[in-house]
Design a binder for this molecule. Sequence first.
Ligand SMILES: [Zn+2]
Ligand SMILES: [Zn+2]
Length: 377
Amino acid sequence: MRLLLCLLLAAAAAEARPAPPLVRVYSLYKLREVTLEPSGGAAYAAGKTFSGRLRARALASSLLLEGSRGRKELRTFTASGGVWLSGKGIPRRLYIGALRFSARRGLLTIVNTPPLEEYIAGVVSMEVSDLTQFEAYKAQAVAARTYTLKHTHNHSGEGYQLCDSAHCQVYAGAAAVRPLARAAAEATRGEILLYHGRPAETYYHSVCGGRTADISSVWPVPAKPYLVSVKDGPSEKPYCSIAPDFRWKTKIYFTGLTRLAREAGWIVSDEDATGLRITAWSPDGRAQRLQLRTQRRVVSISAADFYHGIGRGAGWRAVRSTWFHIIEGKDFVFLDGRGSGHGVGMCQWGAEGMARLGFKYRDILRHYYPGTTIGQD
Ligand SMILES: [Zn+2]
Ligand SMILES: [Zn+2]
């Protein structure tokens, strides 16, 4: 009996090893109130079971929890047991694992702690929803799991580890999990990418455009031997050439550019954009610095700032990457570009292309993160 108990405890310890991440959900929304509903017959909230609906509302720095059995003011509370969240202006989502509610300046903060593999299945579902190949899903699961372990400090000091937007990794709860993503998380359970025995930085992006980017040419950070620029397959038919965003074109009128440049703080309110050109390229062919002209001066902007500034002001479809060249017209600029996203690390559509050609997820990861190996967390 004793031996059995010991074995059971050992099994429980091994099972419990990967720490569930603390993920802030609805991080892009300003939430004042949400409705909670159990996904099964009942769930738990603030130490009690509930079967109907509950409403959580943020006060200045506390919460009001209301249900059919009355209302209670709390500083914070936890719900668990599979809970649907919904509310005005937010998508209805199901969360497995604990949900911790708190309030700050009249707004709700909700932090979910899903089991790690549940979270990975959720992230993979959102990050590669256009892809079809199981081996690409598996590569994405290993990259997302490794990213999760390496980025638990993304929001340190804010009371959680990761947010649920593209800033960290996109995550929309358990009901958004696709069967292929669930199977990919399961098939690669616990596997992470290592470089010299340590977890690697597994950045990934949608479409590289034919060649990935060296991390140090995109962000002001030291080079990494496995985040170098790699040619994404044969020049005549790169692996990601099957992607809808492989090539893109955008026309920006100077009137629009003026508005965006003022919003981004590149120029002041009485200046107008009168021209834009690239002044420096990275060795892998992406734009690195741009020069924005106005009536009285030229402003130098990094291509990464330009990409983020235009994205925030005009949406991420306008300028999809920093791999483009510029054709200047009389009152507009024409951007002829390739790929989508920052270009660092794994190209998701390239992974799809490789998988369609018969490559396995280990080949895919080795291709985008050269010199790395797969190990157990
Ligand atoms: Zn984040
Ligand atoms: Zn690619």
